[in-house]
Write a protein that binds this ligand. Structure first.
Ligand code: FPP
Ligand code: MG
Length: 331
């Protein structure tokens, strides 16, 4: 089955899609082989992680950043598997922190097996990803990705702090999403372009592309929590409010609200976010979703501007198409 990333982007050239699909299939094999365990209990949990296929955005970006889809070297395929494994590990942990019950259209590991197995499988997948890089001698990429994962945890901790202090602060929100999401996508594009042997200037261009794309990605993710229908998204909507997370649609609605509606919003939020549907309704009425979408589009444009610094090529066109996928996605 083709990953959602490939179903979602419109590539000018059919053969490029086939080449990318072939590389992504190899990335799946690397992941399955690397995570495989002779211990049946671990293998069963492992299969649950692997079966819950995501969009495969990060490995696709890494392969494209490296520049030779269909002919990627072993290091590139390995590193593409590593970034997806890091991402999967972070979601295993995130679902424990957020008490997430469904993801990718199925129960989360914590919902099905409990927090302990989910945390430990997160550790298992994450440490396996890092050892793959060490075993391959890819120490520069190891340093780059280990630092990005460290910042992921900083982002998650900052988010917890914002939640606890009930802060409605757009700059603090942007810092959180940069740390928890955009940094890994930036590092993914940087790693791919380094492994692909691109000149230093192109590495910086692709890193900037990934950073801005990552910001757009998380803003859209946060919008979907107010917007999408749960079936298509594969996870319930309104979860951020239930967890007390102040994401951009709410922050934009807050900023735009006249005094009376602001007081109403404050009262509803103070209720522990109990009346979630009413809050979602008010956020929409106040234009919070449109304003958040506007910001996602602006980050998308910034990532497109970065990309314009690369020479034109089918790979650049594919990266460009991924911006539309990220900004317009409904799942
Ligand atoms: C999803 O955000 C979560 C992240 C982008 C990052 C989570 C990172 C960690 C828990 C740190 C991981 C650390 C290691 C060692 C692997 P979200 O909750 O906004 O999205 P969601 O709606 O998909 O849950
Ligand atoms: Mg979450």
């Amino acid at each position: 089955m083709r990953p959602a990333f490939l179903k979602g982007i419109k590539l000018e050239r059919r053969e490029l899609a086939d080449l990318l699909a072939a590389d992504l299939a190899k990335v799946e094999s690397v992941m399955a082989r690397s995570l495989c365990s002779e211990i049946p209990y671990i293998q069963a949990l492992n299969e649950a992680v692997l079966d819950a296929q995501g969009k495969r955005l990060r490995p696709a970006l890494l392969v494209l950043a490296a520049g030779r889809p269909g002919d990627s070297g072993e290091d590139v395929l390995l590193c593409a598997a590593v970034v997806e494994m890091i991402h999967a590990a972070s979601l295993l942990h995130d679902d424990v922190v957020d008490r997430g019950q469904r993801r990718r259209g199925r129960p989360t590991l914590n919902a099905e097996h409990g927090d302990g197995p989910a945390i430990l499988m997160g550790d298992y997948v994450y440490t396996r990803a890092l050892t793959l890089l060490v075993d391959a001698g890819l120490m520069e990429v190891f340093g780059l990705l280990a630092r990005a994962v460290h910042r992921l945890s900083v982002g998650e901790l900052l988010q917890l702090e914002l939640k606890q202090r009930r802060l409605l602060d757009e700059d603090a929100y942007r810092r959180v999403i940069y740390e928890k999401t955009a940094r890994l996508i930036e590092a993914t594009c940087r790693a791919g372009s380094m492994l692909g042997g691109r000149p230093a200037a192109e590495v910086e261009i692709l890193a900037a592309f990934g950073r801005e794309l990552g910001m757009a990605f998380q803003i859209v993710d946060d919008m979907l929590d107010y917007d999408a229908d749960a079936l298509r998204l594969g996870k319930p909507v309104g979860r951020d409010l239930a967890e007390g997370k102040q994401t951009l649609p709410l922050l934009k609605a807050w900023a735009a609200a006249p005094a009376a509606q602001r007081a109403r919003l404050a009262e509803m939020l103070g209720d522990g976010g109990g009346n979630r549907l009413a809050i979602i309704e008010l956020v929409r009425e106040l234009g919070g979703l449109e304003a958040a979408h506007g910001e996602a589009v602006r980050y998308g444009e910034r990532s497109r501007q970065a990309l314009a610094g690369l020479p034109a090529s089918p790979v650049r066109a594919a990266l460009d198409a991924s911006i539309d996928f990220v900004v317009a996605r409904r799942f």
